[in-house]
Design a protein around this ligand. Structure first.
Ligand code: PFF
Length: 462
């Protein structure tokens, strides 16, 4: 087989300049609505600390090796995910997984942008100061999300923002933006957590989040934890391998993966400490409010908590929705980049043109997702599901787990072991302890495919 090297003109593709930039950009992909919105909801509904424990096992034993495996593919080939599989295993059908990844990320971007658009609307409300007067948040959300033009305008605006950063390039766009935004995000997270924990009744929220209820942990909860881990870490669908295609040779892959996983998990946990103490501080608000937590529960919380000190309420709400906008934006950038890189590498079009193609596709598909809450509400062509739900289900329940299985088998069994070791050590530049390399291989060869396979099969039976 051919051993791909770095001679394929990747210099024109650009690369990340600094190690910090790499960690922040990759963490930017990982940290998103999945951490701040979905993780607290999942934890609250699935047994608190018991869920957290299962989640931690998933990210440590599957997340780190799978992320590293994706890095190996991307950094080795310096090309998009479909071409990467093809180059590493020519004339073999592995590349189908690459295309599945490109499809998956396109579908995720399409529905994710709708939620990001809602967030943007709430951020605007927070800036205008109308959040505190939102006495009936549920009615506001209902009438906004089911309308035609306003949610669509915000969704498309969000994709446009993503586009504007992508066209600036890997270093001047993605890296610079992440270096600026991720520290800001960290500061906002800390301030919000401190504010939330200082509220009266905060303790009840912490207890709710951390009370281990092992009776809730069954196969479906394990599946949720795994799905959440994959989604939160942007794993298995080529997004991380695309970023890794811009890594320089000396970047230590295992360490970078461990750093990113640690950051992502920290943000998820801190988000729980922001949301639940605040929610519990207001009487009569249920914690298991589900996905409506961010759009219905929190605005009510903000308006009633700070009725005495409006300035504080204004700052709190503004910071919270701004945090969500930035987190979502660094994630949509990474999704967009995967497909832009595909057009650039595969069809040799300019970056600007490639990004424009992707933006048009994303805008069209996200329009369908957005309207599936409004005018297309009764159009449910996918086994009774509308576009938004169907895109969510097919990516989370099918493409992500199946791609995960293929990815682990590919790197664990199909690629020559020396090639993988060569990447892990950056060609001998880094000393990686033997036990760590062996553990990586055990996890990627056996644990990952078996665990994901079992959980996936279980979800089919259930
Ligand atoms: N990891 C992102 C989040 O937690 O919000 C979502 C995501 C980004 C999923 C990129 C998949 C992806 F390829």
């Amino acid at each position: 087989m051919t051993t791909p090297t770095q001679h394929d003109g990747h210099h024109s593709r650009g690369s990340f300049a600094t190690r910090l930039g790499i960690i922040l950009a990759t963490a930017g992909s990982a940290v998103g609505l999945g951490n701040i919105w979905r993780f607290p909801v999942e934890t609250g509904q699935n047994g608190g600390a018991a869920f957290l424990l299962v989640y931690l096992m998933c990210v440590v034993f599957l997340g780190v090796p799978m992320m590293t495996a994706e890095f190996v593919i991307g950094r080795r080939t310096h090309t998009d995910i479909a071409s990467a599989y093809q180059r590493l295993a020519p004339h073999e059908p592995w590349y189908v997984t690459g295309y599945a990844g490109i499809l998956c990320v396109t579908l995720i971007l399409s529905y994710y942008s709708v939620v990001a658009g809602w967030i943007l609307r709430y951020a605007v409300a927070a800036v205008q100061g109308t959040m505190s007067s939102m006495t009936n948040a549920s009615a506001f959300f209902e009438s906004f999300s089911t309308a035609t033009w306003p949610p669509l305008a915000y969704t498309l605006l969000f994709i446009l923002l993503t586009h504007l950063i992508i066209v600036r390039g890997v270093q001047r766009g993605i890296e610079s933006f992440s270096k600026l935004m991720m520290p800001l995000l960290a500061v906002m997270l800390c301030l919000l957590a401190a504010g939330s924990m200082a509220m009266p009744g905060a303790r009840a929220g912490v207890t709710f989040l951390l009370r281990p209820d092992f009776s809730k942990v069954d196969a479906s909860v394990v599946l949720s934890a795994l799905g959440q881990a994959f989604f939160s870490l942007s794993i298995a669908i080529g997004c991380l391998s695309t970023y890794a295609s811009y890594f320089r040779r000396e970047v230590p892959l295992l360490k970078t993966a461990a750093n990113v996983v640690a950051l992502d998990t920290l943000v998820a946990i801190v988000s729980g400490f922001i949301i639940f103490p605040a929610v519990f501080s207001v009487e009569g608000v249920g914690a298991d409010a589900g996905p409506g937590l961010v759009f219905v529960t929190l605005p009510s919380v903000f308006s009633s908590l700070f009725s005495g000190t409006p300035a504080l309420g204004y700052a709190f709400a503004l910071m919270f929705y701004l945090l969500l906008v930035l987190a979502a934006l660094t994630s949509t950038i990474s999704m967009h980049e995967e497909v832009t890189a595909f057009f650039v590498d595969r069809y040799h079009v300019s970056r600007r043109r490639a990004a424009t193609y992707m933006t048009i596709v994303a805008m069209l598909l996200s329009t369908l997702c957005c309207l599936s809450f409004g005018p297309l509400r009764d159009f449910r062509p996918f086994m009774g599901r509308g576009f938004f739900d169907a895109f969510n289900d097919v990516t989370a329940l099918w493409i992500m787990p199946l791609s995960g299985i293929v990815l682990s088998i590919f790197v664990g069994w199909r690629l020559p072991r020396d090639l993988v070791e060569d990447e892990l050590t950056s060609g001998g530049l880094h000393r990686v302890p033997r036990w760590l390399v062996s553990t990586f291989f055990v996890l990627i060869r056996w644990v990952a495919p078996v665990a994901i396979g079992l959980i996936f099969a279980n979800s089919l039976i259930a």
